[in-house]
Design a protein around this ligand. Sequence first.
Ligand SMILES: Nc1ncnc2c1ncn2[C@@H]1O[C@H](COP(=O)(O)OP(=O)(O)OP(=O)(O)O)[C@@H](O)[C@H]1O
Ligand SMILES: [Mg+2]
Length: 508
Amino acid sequence: MAALEHTTAQSADSLGFVGIGKTFPGVKALADISFSVRPGSVHALMGENGAGKSTLLKILSGYHAPTTGHLNIDGQELVFKSTAEAIRAGVAVIQQELQLVPEMTVAENLFLGHLPARYGIVNRGHLRRQALDLLKGLAEEIDPNTKVGRLSLGQRQLVEIAKALSRGARVIAFDEPTSSLSARETDRLMTIIARLRDEGRVVLYVSHRMEEVFRICDAVTVFKDGRHVRTIERLADITPDQLITLMVGRDLADIYDYRPREIGGGCLKVEGLLGQGLQQPVGFEVCQGEILGLFGLVGAGRTELLRLLAGLEKHKAGSLSLKGAPVSLRSPRDAIAAGILLCPEDRKKEGIVPLASVAENINISARAHHASLGCLIQGRWEKANAEKQIRALNVKTPHAGQKIKNLSGGNQQKAILGRWLSMPMQVLLLDEPTRGIDVGAKSEIYAIIHDLAARGIAVVVVSSDLMEVMGVADRILVMSEGAITGEVARAEFNDERLLQLALPRTRA
Ligand SMILES: Nc1ncnc2c1ncn2[C@@H]1O[C@H](COP(=O)(O)OP(=O)(O)OP(=O)(O)O)[C@@H](O)[C@H]1O
Ligand SMILES: [Mg+2]
């Protein structure tokens, strides 16, 4: 087995999963998974939320021991008992929650555990040079003396990759690596992954994003409910639609299922709004029962606009009214009291209480809201509400009392969405509501958005996915560089025109 030395990949043998099963209390996460991955290829793992993808990677990384089965690397049967063993065997798993120490510098992180020292003294200059060497071709703009906490998420990921390579990793697995990256960072990562493949390493790639999988992957294995559905050696042999059908086990003729509705009178009216992130005064109205899409590229000011509307940021100018009555928003509490709710983009980071149960995570805001009104809600209401949200959002959990941290990523997201849907509301502001959520769950969320609108709620949906906004909205406002650049009604939706409106006019 390779020691901790700076080797480059020799042509690795294939990686095999043999009869892998994993049972958690009350949950069979994986059962009898067997397939192998060729060296010099990128192999996608796909499947709905809770299918078992992350669990398989955690077994590969030595974090979880499998209940049954073993791995096969270099013709050797292996079961890792710790992450250190997996690292020694040349396996690196780049998790979504990155493993670096934010308070330490890039160089220190890269050599953590084997700092180049002479007579017990770390040689800073030497350390820096070696770090620069490792970052070459990956992220040359990063200064090794920077604290990791100051890097962007994409840069941290690259440091993690550099670290894996420094330990001679021949098997590298990525768990939803692009879910928080910008388009440019994603492009760079794709280039690096292609290089890892060309160097003959084994690359595993978990993602819900079809375009990425078809762009970068050679083969794909589909999971469903912890079982192996099929491995397709040549991705080129199937279409995205066929892949989706394999994942969800049914045809998704129209995941948006757009239903025209009777649109009511004015609901939220915004006039001359200015504040953080807005370069020009913003004005628009959204009606009762209307789904208003807010499209724009990353950095266009959409999230900032939603934060102003939800009272999370103070506006500098302008006014808001709700069904004709002026509202003043001095705090998020004012917005919640008025029935204006924001479901933020990073639901997981902003809102999860990991050690609390799924039910508590769903009820937490409703409880606080009722308490602020001076009335206590009853345990019975909370129990019924948690069950209702779990059912409506199809959250995969053995029961409402399960700790939320034990749910798969996508199911945590759905549970947090349930928290907002438990509150009384007039206006629902959704920031990237389907990010990190699989295609089957997406269509469930679109159906929920339509139901809310049918009940007269005004819904504003921010999304960077053009197909998604066009699929779900009655009308689209486009933002670019902190201003609204256009408005398009459903009958006139046209992807080219919408993109035109979203592109920056001036080059910075
Ligand atoms: N530590 C744990 N304790 C109990 N159950 C767990 C634990 N980790 C995962 N599970 C369960 O195992 C199943 C598979 O979860 P996993 O995280 O592997 O799914 P996934 O395919 O990665 O989904 P997603 O796309 O949502 O990230 C889920 O039902 C999840 O709730
Ligand atoms: Mg996962």
